[in-house]
Structures are given as C-alpha cells and as structure tokens.
Design a protein around this ligand. Sequence first.
Ligand SMILES: *[C@@H]1O[C@H](CO)[C@@H](O)[C@H](O)[C@H]1NC(C)=O
Ligand SMILES: *[C@@H]1O[C@H](CO)[C@@H](O)[C@H](O)[C@H]1NC(C)=O
Ligand SMILES: *[C@@H]1O[C@H](CO)[C@@H](O)[C@H](O)[C@H]1NC(C)=O
Ligand SMILES: *[C@@H]1O[C@H](CO)[C@@H](O)[C@H](O)[C@H]1NC(C)=O
Ligand SMILES: [Zn+2]
Length: 311
Amino acid sequence: MLFSFFFTLLLSASVSLGAPYLQKRSAVTLRRGCGVHISDEKVASAERRFSSNRLPASNPNATAIIDVHFHIVAANETLEGGWVPDSQLKAQIDVLNKDYTGTGLSWNHVNTTRILSKEWFEGVAPETPESSAMKQVLRTGNASTLNIYTAGFVTNAGAAGLLGYATFPVDYKSASWDDGVVVRYTTLPGGTAPKFNLGRTLTHEVGHWLGLYHTFQGGCQGSGDSVDDTAPEESPANGCPIDRKTCPGDQKDPIHNFMDYTDDSCMIGFTSGQATRMKAQIRTFRGVVIFKNHQRIMTSALQALSSVGAE
Ligand SMILES: *[C@@H]1O[C@H](CO)[C@@H](O)[C@H](O)[C@H]1NC(C)=O
Ligand SMILES: *[C@@H]1O[C@H](CO)[C@@H](O)[C@H](O)[C@H]1NC(C)=O
Ligand SMILES: *[C@@H]1O[C@H](CO)[C@@H](O)[C@H](O)[C@H]1NC(C)=O
Ligand SMILES: *[C@@H]1O[C@H](CO)[C@@H](O)[C@H](O)[C@H]1NC(C)=O
Ligand SMILES: [Zn+2]
C-alpha cells in the first residue's frame, strides 16, 4: 500500500550571492559518476569489521521487504525544478523491484515527502553542508529504512556529471543521520539524463546501501570488490564496451553488472555472490533478518547493532 503525503517545507530564502545566475544551464554530457569513492584502507577496515561480526544470509530463497521513503527536494513545483511526479516514483520502485528480482530483496514504497528548497536542490552533493543539513532534517525510520533523496546536483556536481551517492551498512551505527541514497532527479525512469534515465542509478546506489562495492574496487589485484563471482576489473567501464578486458586471466570485464559505470541499458544484473553479500551485510549491520515466509522480521535494531563490534 502506498501512503503519499505532500509536505512542503518552506525554507527561508538563503542569502544569494548571485551564484545561481552564473550557472550556465549548458547541456552537460553525462558519464556515470558515482560519489562513492572508498580507499583500499577503508575497504580493508570495513571488511575486517564485517568478517568478525558476520551473520549468515539466512535462507537463500527468502525475500526481505524493505521500506522506502522518498524525499523529493525541488527548487519549485515544476519538473525542471525537480518536482518529480508520483508516476515517476512508482516507475522507479518498479525498476528497483525488477532489478533486484532473484536477490531476495524487495522494496515497499511507504511515503513521499516533498520539500521546496532551491539551496538544497542545487547544492546537495557528497560531503556538502547542504547534504548534511538536508539529511539531518529529513531522514526518517531506522537501520532498515531506505531513505532516497532526489536533487538537482546543480552547483557542486553538475559539470562533473555526478548521478548519485550512497552510504554503506557498516557506517550506519556511527552516522545514522547520514544513512541513505541521493540521486539526480533526471535519472529516474523517463527522466532527461541521456543514457541514464532507465532508473538504474538508483539500482546501483542501493547496491552500495546494501554493502556492495564497485566491480572495479581494488583493480585487478587482491580481493577486489570482496565478492568471488564478479570478474576483476581494472577501472570503470563507460558506455557499453562489449568484450572489454582489463585484467589478466580469462574473464571479461563485468560491464553488465549494476555495480559498474556503464549506461543504464547495458546493465543487466547482480551475481549470486553479490546477492549473498547484500543479505549478509544487512543482516549484520541493519538487523534485517530474512525468513522464507516472506515476512519482514526485524530483530531489535538496538540489539542487533550493539552486537556489531567497533574496530
Ligand atoms: C532454494 O530453492 C532451490 C530451487 O527451488 C531448492 O533446490 C533449494 O533446496 C532451496 N533452498 C532452501 C534452503 O530452501
Ligand atoms: C524552476 O527551477 C528550475 C531549476 O532551478 C528553473 O530552471 C526554472 O526556471 C524554475 N521555474 C520556475 C517557474 O520558477
Ligand atoms: C509521511 O511523510 C509526512 C511528511 O514528511 C509525515 O508527516 C508523515 O508522518 C509520514 N508518514 C509515514 C507513515 O511515515
Ligand atoms: C524499524 O522500522 C520498521 C518499519 O517502520 C518497524 O517495523 C520496525 O519495528 C523498526 N525496528 C525497530 C527496532 O524499531
Ligand atoms: Zn557507485
């Protein structure tokens, strides 16, 4: 069931330094840019914490239903201003459910909040004050609630082609206010981002929110993305370069994987190793237990999370 609420938060007009008028609304050619960049050191420390606290992924055939809250941040009530219609949100949830078919994870849209803030619509990007302020005001739910924010990425990430960014399960405990996924509103299904308007930016960012790294994490060496059945990859693939091969060995690059950087139409799926990792990650760090009767069963989040040792 979908409860839709319209909530308009009128923020006091921010002090304008004229910057918005210097922004040329030029047609930026987007390459997939994801704001999730993690050092090998951070991966190593997160993986140590995961392996020492890891809970298994429960029944491999079972499905967890995860609640989704949308926060639509818009400059005004036009589509160009980021005021995405409910039909596009529904289409996006449908894409998410389709793309996660077979992983044991499904998505239940429970609410939509609409916020008018030109400052946030334009300024939100990884680690900006606008992003922190937005999440501190809007984030809702607990460790198992997926908060999705849409914004314009105008000021800080427009030219760089940023499409989205996300937090990881391992960081929930230390920064729960920050938890969630932010995407450029034009990436929703039917949006205006060329090659990135089938909704797969959200599929990719939610993969991070469930504990997946990029397929090219760590390059050709070592444990790469910490999943055994994804082929290693030296660097992000753009477009849809069939037969690309950047690492030694027999395997071609995983260009059809949702966790690479290819065009939406090039992306096909997750591997079963990624599905297992996602379920183990959210059981360990988000307290989501998956039962075969398809019910969403939450362990006490506090109990689950307090058993997750710090480094
Ligand atoms: C999962 O499903 C497969 C195929 O239907 C079946 O063979 C297997 O026994 C199931 N595993 C569990 C743990 O239920
Ligand atoms: C709405 O906001 C967008 C993005 O800032 C802007 O381009 C457009 O002119 C605005 N439209 C109205 C009617 O204010
Ligand atoms: C839905 O969002 C509105 C606006 O933010 C809020 O007032 C309401 O409590 C929310 N409802 C649920 C079920 O979360
Ligand atoms: C987390 O939120 C879900 C959905 O509102 C709720 O069913 C669950 O009981 C909550 N968990 C805790 C520990 O509060
Ligand atoms: Zn990414």
